[in-house]
Design a protein around this ligand. Structure first.
Ligand code: ARG
Length: 573
């Protein structure tokens, strides 16, 4: 079924043609849909069409246009209309709107809002992209969860998606780390200490190198060995990689996040020649201070360095190679880079270089930038020792959720499992609750506030719907009478749910999972308002059936919304 706004837009466009058959430059149904507004106060109507958009084409004053259109409107089974100050205001026929919306949602269930607009197209998503031999900390949460959510959103819209963890596993620091291990490390200690021990060795290397600068040369020499494929160097380095990945895998498992590819920076080691050749063929390379660069001064940017004076490649070179490889391999329609705003310039440079190379797909690369996260009012800083490891944070989240559940619902089965879903869900919801470019301050009080705008609040509403449905399951109910859903609260809930498919598409267009967080929160609030003002299981059986169906629709939409942001929906809480 086409949604209500599309239908009203189509009818209105048709009406304009009927009333003024020879007018030119009037909007077609598609444009008109974009012009339809939703009045802030439902008393003014469900939708409004601003007639001043027609004033020029019709050479007529907007109030007059609105009057003419309203007089000609015959589709009263869909909506009544009223001219107000140059607007044509639509008042939906509530019973029909309820019937149509309910049938639409119930026929699709949890796939309501999905579509096939992405059919045949591929989206690559570069997210999380951790660095080897570093602990996974709170600073990585946004990239991980925004990327994961966008992947689900695009898949839901029918796209093929490729989740890529572009590992930071290349650079002289890894030579230093191997060097430090050879000098001061043991297999036992690394096996026991894991990433922490790797970090300790790295820190020690820097301390010692201050006293003995020759260590830096040794570090470089070890990196050269890695580059050249020396067996010992490579095996130590791959082992460090394995240790890091095993450590992060625990966190990914808790978050429910996975990847299709772990092709990181080192993967492109043997694919750089192509980039340099392609740049040279396009005459884009110049030498400056011994380094090989692409000059970007015309674009008011510093040069993009391709090769250092010693011939070594850089982060940027590897990103150029990665972009080309991804296009060759996946033929992406879009390649998204979910990376913090600190790298804005880096991506502007990379994308500009791809454009200068005249690669037609350069315009399909998008930097999905996001703001900083702080913890309980304090900025994270490795230097000042203010770090929050994700494993600890998620552990604490589960524990805190467990304590709350113990207090609120002591008789619940599976408390541990539900505490996991609620604790982790609270953290993820917080990460995706704001416009992504805004900074976030993570606070427990807010994240776990069961009554506020939080993950647990939305999950709780879902569980409430499930509980109503469990009670209703034993009733023998007739076919629903949708006219039982014409009250303000039901209509508000229906309206929000009917817009959910639009929200998903817009969230994809704007790379903004928070739009789904917002929508699912609004729907949960609307359901709760409905729940408090109406007795769902009392009254006429056909009315009960309608209210139970409404509850089921809310359950399905909330569950889908939470799924799309990566949050689970327990059935009991
Ligand atoms: N590993 C990098 C960092 O932590 C992020 C990589 C982002 N992806 C990319 N293709 N550059 O800063």
């Amino acid at each position: 079924m086409t949604d209500m706004m599309t239908r009203i837009a189509g009818l209105t466009a048709g009406l304009i043609n009927t009333v003024w058959p020879s007018a030119e430059g009037t909007p077609d149904a598609g444009e008109l849909r974009g012009l339809l507004a939703v009045p802030p106060d439902p008393a003014l109507g469900d939708y409004a069409f601003p007639c001043f958009r027609l004033a020029k084409a019709l050479r007529m004053a907007p109030p007059k246009i609105a009057e003419n259109l309203c007089a000609a409107w015959t589709y009263t089974d869909i909506a009544d209309v009223k001219p107000v100050n140059g607007y044509m205001n639509f008042f939906l026929n509530r019973a029909n709107f309820a019937a149509e919306t309910m049938q639409d949602i119930l026929s699709k269930g949890e796939s309501f809002g999905s579509s096939d607009i992405g059919n045949g197209k591929t989206v690559c998503l570069d997210y999380s992209s951790i660095n080897i031999a570093k602990r996974f900390h709170l600073g990585h949460l946004s990239t991980t969860m925004i990327g994961h959510s966008l992947k689900r959103i695009y898949s839901f819209l029918g796209y093929s998606t490729v989740g890529i963890n572009h590992l930071g596993d290349w650079g002289t620091q890894f030579g230093k780390m191997v060097c430090a291990y050879k000098l001061w490390g043991t297999k036992e200690e690394v096996d026991k200490g894991g990433v922490d021990e790797l970090v300790r060795l790295y820190v020690k290397f820097h301390e010692e190198a201050e006293k003995d600068p020759s260590l830096d040369d040794q570090g470089r020499a070890w990196f050269k060995k890695i580059e050249d494929g020396d067996e010992e160097a490579l095996s130590i380095f791959s082992w460090f990689k394995e240790i890091t990945l095993k450590d992060t895998e625990k966190v990914y498992a808790l978050l429910g996040v996975s990847f299709d590819s772990y092709a990181g920076e080192s993967f492109y080691n043997d694919k750089m020649g192509r980039v340099v050749d392609a740049l040279r063929a396009k005459n884009l390379l110049t030498v400056s201070d011994g380094a090989t660069i692409v000059d970007l001064s015309d674009d008011n940017m510093p040069p993009c360095i391709i090769l250092r004076s010693d011939g070594a490649t850089l982060y940027a070179t590897r990103d150029l190679a990665a972009a080309m490889y991804r296009q060759d391999t996946y033929h992406f329609d879009k390649c998204l880079y979910v990376v913090a705003y600190q790298q804005d310039l880096h991506f502007r440079q990379i994308f500009r270089v791809l454009e200068k190379m005249e690669l037609p797909w350069a315009k399909d690369c998008v930097h999905v930038s996001f703001g900083m996260i702080s913890y309980e009012g304090r900025a994270l800083s490795t230097r000042e020792g203010h770090v929050v490891y994700l494993e600890d944070l998620l552990g604490q989240a589960q524990k805190k959720a467990f304590d709350i559940i113990m207090e609120k619902s002591p008789n619940l089965d599976n408390k541990e499992e539900i505490a996991r879903q609620v604790g982790i869900g609270a953290v993820i919801y917080t990460t995706l609750s704001n416009n992504r470019i805004k900074d976030i301050d993570f606070r427990w009080e807010r994240a776990l506030n069961f009554d506020g705008e939080s993950g647990p609040y939305v999950q709780y509403t879902h569980a409430r719907c499930c509980s109503v449905l469990r009670k209703a399951a034993s009733l023998e109910l007739p076919a629903p009478d949708w006219s039982a859903l014409t009250d303000d609260e039901a209509q508000n809930l229906l309206r929000l749910m009917s817009r959910f498919p639009d929200v998903i598409r817009e969230a994809a267009d704007k790379y903004e999972p928070s739009m789904i967080t917002r929508a699912v929160t609004d729907i949960a609030q609307a359901y709760n308002k409905y729940y408090y003002e109406h007795r769902i299981l009392d009254g006429e059986p056909a009315g009960i059936a309608a209210r139970v169906a409404l509850t089921d629709a809310a359950r399905a939409v909330i569950r889908t919304g939470l799924y799309l942001i990566g949050v689970e929906s327990p059935e009991r809480m």
